[in-house]
Design a protein around this ligand. Structure first.
Ligand SMILES: NC(=O)C1=CN([C@@H]2O[C@H](COP(=O)(O)OP(=O)(O)OC[C@H]3O[C@@H](n4cnc5c(N)ncnc54)[C@H](OP(=O)(O)O)[C@@H]3O)[C@@H](O)[C@H]2O)C=CC1
Ligand SMILES: Nc1nc2c(ncn2[C@@H]2O[C@H](COP(=O)(O)O)[C@@H](O)[C@H]2O)c(=O)[nH]1
Ligand SMILES: [K+]
Length: 479
């Protein structure tokens, strides 16, 4: 990465402070850009879903890994629950989505409750042997008595295809038959998957993040307190592919000790550690065994650290400096927090991050764990909260004595409740991934880069005023 016209920034910069200048390019198509990461985590997309309880659960893990990204399960989830989630994710099909199933005599009300759990917008009606009888979507439930049976409203002639069907063929069959979803069945005719027309297209564009056995990958976080080696071993036994050692102040002795403990549990598993914002922090965590250092103190949407403490660093500069140091040592960084637009992802990658962590933005999707709620205007939203908020801290310390709980609750550095709107045009996390990847693919071609390594090498970054940033915003309602 270079600054435009040899500019030398006189202050630390945020994503909003910078822009990318286009360069002469030989990349003919945006589809010629390979977004795979090279940090050893096996992700084919430079997106990591943050280990936040309001964001990362099993549906998120499955959906994002299928498109090539990684999801980090939060440290607050019990190890036994992590083991359950991991084994579930690892039995998901790498191309077909997990279907939601009901029986003919279930009520339409049940269908309406289940539909927002998955972005594919359909439920499969099955018999007692799990063989599909029909498909129900929201339209089929509209204007119908909520106690009607789903068997009465289902489309009884859905598109049913063998699990091995090529995604292009799925797309073409759906197009030909004017349907929105296809159902996959295994060799015994049992329900095995579901795919929308968009899903069929995505299956051809994205490459799932798979482990050596061809199963979807998943990561999990471990804190710096307690028996870190035992927890790390338990997570590895559960099948976790990448460990994230996570604490607010990553550049502390406890983190160094925790990293050593994790390394004693496995010398080879990819280990991510953070958060830090200085080259010195990067060096110390790499010395202690980290393969990837997580960068970002204070940029997160749920984060009040900078207001409470004055500590942190504008994220673009933090990522650029930390990435340069990690690269010098043959390692990597993830840019963590503060991402609100596809451009922020592009800028973090230009600054040298191997992947970009997203939290709150993805809380407002069907796949986040929270229940879908509606505000006073009927708009759908989900609740999000920070992992250092009173709400998260009291959940994390629920087994401590009331006295210890009260002591820990004093150090609140996050928001306990916020509403993340579900964008009706982009309600699923895959819709957001589509936006991000199309933005980043395009950024790469503007820079003349086929890969993320080339993108970082060729990126020409300019510094802009607040007016410069404002000029780039669309004005959908005119001026
Ligand atoms: N990226 C960011 O800007 C931030 C992220 N977070 C996220 O919140 C979650 C909870 O993290 P965390 O609060 O570290 O809790 P943890 O449960 O990971 O514990 C942190 C440990 O570090 C000690 N500690 C010492 N100094 C600090 C400090 N300045 N801030 C926090 N802990 C300190 C704490 O001791 P004691 O409690 O006795 O002081 C405690 O033992 C994590 O997921 C983290 O990533 C939280 C804040 C900032
Ligand atoms: N200071 C705090 N930081 C937090 C808290 N919860 C999460 N985080 C950090 O934010 C990122 C995600 O950022 P986002 O802008 O995409 O939401 C996450 O990975 C953590 O590093 C918190 O309570 N306080
Ligand atoms: K913030």
């Amino acid at each position: 990465m270079q600054f435009l016209n040899g500019q030398e920034p006189s202050t630390d910069l945020t994503y909003d402070d910078v822009f990318l200048a286009p360069r002469r390019s030989g990349v003919e198509s945006r589809f010629d850009v390979d977004l795979a990461t090279s940090d050893g985590t096996g992700a084919t997309l430079p997106i990591v879903v943050a280990n936040m309880t309001a964001v990362a659960g099993r549906r998120m893990a499955e959906t994002v890994a299928r498109r090539g990204g990684l999801v980090v399960l939060p440290q607050d989830v019990d190890t036994s629950a992590v083991a359950e989630i991991v084994s579930w994710v690892k039995t998901r099909h790498p191309l077909w989505d997990t279907p939601l199933a009901l029986h003919s005599d279930d009520a339409v009300a049940d269908a309406l409750n289940l539909l927002p759990k998955r972005a594919h917008g359909a439920l499969v009606v099955v018999d007692d042997e799990d063989k599909p009888l029909g498909v129900v979507d929201e339209a089929a439930c509209t204007g119908v008595d909520r106690f009607a049976r789903v068997g009465e409203v289902a489309d009884a002639h859905p598109v049913v295809l063998p699990l091995e069907t090529d995604s292009r063929e799925v797309f073409e069959q759906l197009h030909k038959q004017g349907r929105t979803v296809a159902i996959a069945v295994d060799a015994d005719g049992r329900l095995a998957g579901i795919m929308t027309k968009k899903g069929a297209l995505r299956a051809a564009i994205y490459t799932p993040a798979l482990d050596a056995e061809g199963r979807l990958r998943v990561a999990a976080a471990v804190g710096v307190n307690g028996d870190v080696a035992a927890k790390a071993s338990a997570l590895l036994d559960a099948g976790v592919d990448t460990l994230v050692v996570d604490t607010a102040h990553g550049h502390q002795e406890k983190m160094i000790a925790a990293l050593k403990a994790v390394r004693s549990a496995s010398p080879t598993v990819p280990v991510v550690a953070g958060n830090v914002v200085t080259a010195e922090g990067v060096r110390d965590l790499i010395d202690a065994g980290a393969d990837v250092v997580k960068v970002g103190v204070g940029p997160g949407a749920m984060c009040t650290t900078r207001m409470m403490t004055g500590v942190g660093r504008p994220q673009f500069s933090a990522v650029a400096e930390c990435a340069a140091e990690a690269r010098r040592l043959g390692k990597h960084v993830w840019a963590d927090g503060g991402v609100r637009h596809p451009r922020d992802v592009a800028l973090a990658l230009a600054a040298g991050a191997s992947s970009v962590m997203v939290g709150s933005w993805f809380a407002g999707t069907y796949e986040s764990p929270g229940d879908l709620q509606r505000d006073e205007h009927g708009r759908a939203y989900k609740e999000s909260f920070g992992m250092a908020s009173k709400r998260a801290v009291s959940a994390r310390t629920r087994t401590d004595s009331p006295y210890d709980q009260a002591r820990k609750a004093l150090f609140e550095e996050g928001i306990s409740s916020s509403r993340m709107r579900i964008d009706p045009q982009n309600p699923g996390v895959e819709d957001l991934l589509d936006q991000i990847t199309s933005g980043v693919r395009s950024s790469c071609t503007y820079a003349g880069a086929h890969t993320l390594a080339e993108f970082h090498e060729r990126a020409l970054v300019g510094i802009q005023s607040a007016a410069g940033f404002a000029e780039g915003r669309p004005l959908p309602s005119g001026w």
